[in-house]
Design a protein around this ligand. Structure first.
Ligand SMILES: [Zn+2]
Length: 445
């Protein structure tokens, strides 16, 4: 049986991930992601109503038209977690394939919400929730397994496709967090066992291959956030925190710290509402009972008026907009475009890094400057990453001992960096470690 890897998206860039694996006449697709910075460049893009070909043209979603030349039937679309660069293109592409979409329960719920917001296409694919540790038979030759891992969103797995020639491990995205704030550590015992059984290929994120050492645990971020917030125990000024709305563990930490210093956590913004309400309803997390959530703009403004009236010292708003995104709550605050007013001595805390693309860097610079002009004190980088660093990748390779490696989820500089790193461990570029570009196809047996 021929085994072929097809790099569809996420090999020339960070974002719009999509990889197809062909085993004989059967194909399994891993991820269908969106590239958000491309959408932000085209500000007038009404994504809900746009056609997939137009989104492909602006490089916002993977160019899956290349799969028309690949002979075989798609048996499944598999998503490893609920980040938009992994599930965001599903409403635009999935309907072209007569295959179920298989993901973890939390990601499946996010996919369901995404599909229901789609206006252009009717997406009727069956949604199947598979839990970490479970297996599912896709065909006579193919079995899918979900292995538990950790990342910056809850309920992330490493999907493994068992073929007659060995396992194909799809490790985008992951971090080896041994002391996570929510959930269990990665299933290292299963990874080691897979290595013994035989891994034919590892498709692996290479985003932070150049960072030395190990990625710090989410517990470290919790201490950073706690250290700063609890130091304002007796402060009467505003404290506002912005973080990734999908980072449920971080949002939980912030809400708990607010509660600890006697302030009510107030979650503000549409995406803050979407991710946290879904996680709490599915019982992945429980926030302090003094917490409240408000999504749409009119309600947010009403709650802001109430906070101004009752006293800013009684609340801790957790808001969207840490990248300075236009229209987000923090950006509106910085522009003085909200009923909630910042004044001298107020604290604004960024529990996030700046995502390094020129647009974010520019936007973030601008809002930090505007916030400072109100007299607010700024705290940045109370954050740790959700992606593996160099020594985590080393540990992973030692566990899995893959025959072939395909570095993914990055631009050429990073995938080439991964190939160089693997070279030190005895792999040879284009023989058993294969940097690919979008559109490339690779036979591995
Ligand atoms: Zn991710």
């Amino acid at each position: 049986m021929e085994i072929e890897i097809i790099a569809v998206g996420g090999y020339d860039e960070v974002g719009r991930n999509m990889t197809a694996v062909r085993c004989g006449k059967e194909i399994v697709i891993f991820d269908m992601g969106l590239r958000l910075d491309q959408l932000m460049i085209h500000e007038d893009a009404e994504v809900d109503e746009m056609h997939s070909l137009d989104l492909i043209r602006i490089k916002a979603i993977p160019d899956d038209t290349i799969l028309q030349n690949v002979e075989g039937t798609v048996k499944a679309i598999v998503c490893s977690h609920g980040h938009l660069d992994h599930i965001g293109a599903i409403p635009k592409l999935a309907h072209r394939y007569k295959a179920p979409i298989i993901s973890t329960p939390y990601a499946t719920e996010l996919i369901r919400q995404q599909i229901s917001g789609e206006k252009k296409f009717g997406v009727g694919n069956r949604l199947i929730a598979l839990r970490a540790g479970e297996k599912m038979t896709l065909s006579q030759n193919l079995v899918l397994e979900f292995v538990r891992t950790q990342h910056s969103i809850i309920d992330t797995v490493t999907p493994v496709l068992h073929t007659p020639h060995g396992a194909i491990v799809y490790a985008c995205d992951f971090k080896f967090d041994r002391t996570p704030v929510i959930g269990q550590p990665p299933d290292f015992a299963r990874f080691r066992q897979l290595g013994k059984e035989g891994v034919l290929a590892l498709i692996v994120e290479s985003t932070y291959i150049h960072r030395p050492g190990r990625c710090p645990s989410e517990r470290i971020a919790r201490n950073l956030v706690r250290d700063v917030i609890t130091s304002f125990e007796d402060d009467k000024n505003a404290i506002i925190v912005s973080t990734f709305s999908s980072h449920i563990a971080r949002v939980k930490t912030i809400a708990e710290c607010a509660h600890e210093i006697g302030r009510k956590p107030v979650f503000l913004g549409r995406s803050m509402q979407k991710y946290s309400v879904t996680a709490e309803q599915m019982k992945y997390v429980s926030f302090p009972e003094t917490s409240s959530v408000f999504g749409d703009r009119r309600t947010v403004d009403r709650v802001m008026r109430r906070m101004m009236k009752e006293g800013k010292e009684n609340f801790l708003p957790i808001v969207t907009g840490h990248q300075g995104e236009p229209g987000s709550i923090l950006t509106r605050l910085a522009h003085g475009d909200t009923p909630y007013r910042l004044s001298k001595g107020d604290k604004v805390i960024f529990s996030a890094n700046v995502i390094p693309n020129p647009m974010n860097v520019g936007n973030r610079y601008a809002i930090e400057h505007l916030l400072e002009m109100t007299g607010a004190r700024i705290f940045t980088d109370l954050h740790v990453s959700g992606h593996a660093y160099r020594e985590d990748h080393l540990e992973f390779l030692q566990m899995l001992q893959p025959q072939h490696i395909i570095p993914a989820h990055a631009d050429m500089k990073m995938t080439a960096g991964y190939a160089e790193f693997a070279g030190d461990l005895g792999y040879t570029a284009y023989k058993d470690v294969h940097p690919m570009m979008n559109g490339h196809r690779l036979r591995i047996n």
